[in-house]
Write a protein that binds this ligand. Structure first.
Ligand code: CMX
Length: 434
């Protein structure tokens, strides 16, 4: 069957039963102890959320519905033989837990294209902002403007019962995912290309069209965009953009409202904006030292960055404890397509130099590089050199993960999220009495 929604309609009742059984049979099983450190430490290590579409193992990295990135690159349908996965295939996998056929992926590509018309007022909202506004600000403003067409908000207002709310959620999420490439590329062309926007090409898949509308038609860039969207789509539930989307959605805010919140979280430099910061940092090294930088010069530069009170963007992680597989597959891509790129060669050197220095600090739990160390230089290589724009592409990709989980949140009838907070006084008193 080529229709994604009817596949979901079949899957949902069995997953609802599974959740009911889990609750009734194991509802009282303990999952660990919460310490004061965890409460003060950004809730690290607290298991507190259901997230069906993916799971991060600290050593191994992300698995989308059980499949690692190398496995996804092997089994998901591609546009080019032996090439990068089509993100539509990942979306299908995230939503159904099943690897789609090429025909199913092609049908989903067409469905997304059919849903991709952006109402004119969205562009007017973006145009009302100064052209100097950060691309992420222009992008979220565009998402908020898309919200006007929310089917969820309409259906909720008309009293649609809770058991059916997943349907307008599905409609909104697919429309949102479909409309982000034209909105994102509009922002790019407005800021950097004198506002000359480019129409979608009906013959292209989702990521290729995104690249095309940005103005990049090199087949290697199309492959890069397919890889980029696939690996940035989802990273379990606790990271800021995913968690925010899920949290806001739990108030039954519609998918546009929820996802705009995700993107605002992604715009922080410790999260998605790290890809901008990491590339600016690489470029600053070359500017200051030239591209024939020695290992000792690099060590000095890293220490200088740290001593000035900055973090080394693109390194470290809240959950991972090894090199991010999203970094590794981008490295593979670079080795295949751009081994001579000076920024890539610099990053390869930093891959040796930075981890021992971060380890020496004695406090960094993971000295290894993450996804954001690598993505910017690949885009830069093919001409998308406007670093400030890069996080927008992370945002387009993240809609697939956040959107898929939102559909399941409503299908499973997950409740309002509302963890308990306490004051310092409360903690002091509690600990005194222990
Ligand atoms: N450079 C310098 N210091 C770092 C560091 C880095 N790359 N990574 C961690 N540290 C520091 C922290 O700032 C913290 O210092 P303080 O105790 O003085 O505040 C200490 O080491 C302990 O932090 P941690 O437990 O190892 O890491 P957290 O879980 O608190 O934070 C992260 C994780 C990603 C925010 C952090 O590693 C970081 O700031 N990295 C650089 C920014 C970055 O690349 N972010 C992108 C992550 C991926 C993504 O979400 O897109």
């Amino acid at each position: 069957d080529l229709d994604l929604k009817s596949q979901l309609r079949e899957l949902i009742p069995e997953q609802q039963d599974r959740l009911k059984k889990l609750k009734s049979e194991h509802g009282k099983v303990q999952l660990g102890n919460i310490t004061v450190d965890m409460v003060l430490g950004g809730m690290r290590g607290i298991i507190g959320m259901l997230w069906e579409t993916s799971l991060v193992d600290p050593e191994e990295g992300i698995r989308f519905r059980g499949l690692s990135i190398p496995e996804c690159r092997k089994v998901l349908p591609t546009a080019v033989e032996g090439g990068e996965p089509l993100p539509e295939g990942l979306l299908w996998l995230l939503l159904t837990g099943k690897v789609p056929t090429k025909d199913q992926v092609d049908a989903l590509s067409k469905e997304l294209l059919a849903r991709s018309t952006v109402p004119a007022h969205v562009y007017k909202v973006i145009d009302a902002l100064p052209v100097t506004a950060h691309p992420m600000t222009q992008f979220t403003a565009g998402i908020m403007a898309l919200q006007v067409e929310s089917e969820f908000q309409k259906a909720y207002g008309n009293g649609l019962p809770k058991s059916k709310l997943w349907e307008p959620t599905y409609e909104d999420c697919l429309n949102l995912i479909a409309r982000l490439p034209p909105v994102a590329s509009y922002v790019y062309r407005r800021i950097f290309k004198d506002g000359k926007s480019i129409e979608a090409d009906d013959s292209l898949d989702y990521a290729a069209n995104l690249s095309h509308m940005l103005g990049f038609d090199d087949p290697r860039m199309l492959e890069l965009m397919r890889l980029h969207v696939t690996i940035h789509a989802d990273h379990e539930g606790g990271n800021i953009s995913s968690h925010t989307g899920h949290l806001v959605g739990s108030a039954l805010s519609d998918p546009y409202l929820s996802f705009a919140s995700s993107v605002n979280g992604l715009a922080g430099p410790l999260h998605g904006l790290a890809n901008q910061e990491a590339l600016l940092w690489l470029k600053s090294i070359i500017q200051e030292t030239g591209s024939d930088v020695t290992t000792d010069q690099l060590k000095d530069y890293v220490w200088k960055t740290l001593k000035s009170g900055k973090v080394v963007h693109g390194f470290g992680h809240g959950v991972l404890r090894r090199t991010d597989p999203r970094y590794l597959c981008q490295r593979e891509f670079a080795l295949k397509y751009l081994p001579e790129d000076p920024l890539f060669q610099l990053l390869s050197k930093l891959y040796e130099v930075v981890p021992p220095i971060l380890t020496e600090l004695g406090k960094v739990k993971n000295p290894w590089p993450n996804v954001d160390a690598h993505s910017g230089l690949l885009l830069n290589h093919f001409g998308l050199s406007e670093t400030r724009y890069h996080t927008v592409l992370f945002g387009v990709s993240r809609s697939m993960g956040v959107g898929s989980q939102l559909i399941w949140d409503r299908a499973l009838g997950l409740p309002l999220e509302r963890p308990k907070s306490v004051t310092m006084e409360w903690l002091e008193n509690y600990c005194k009495n222990k």
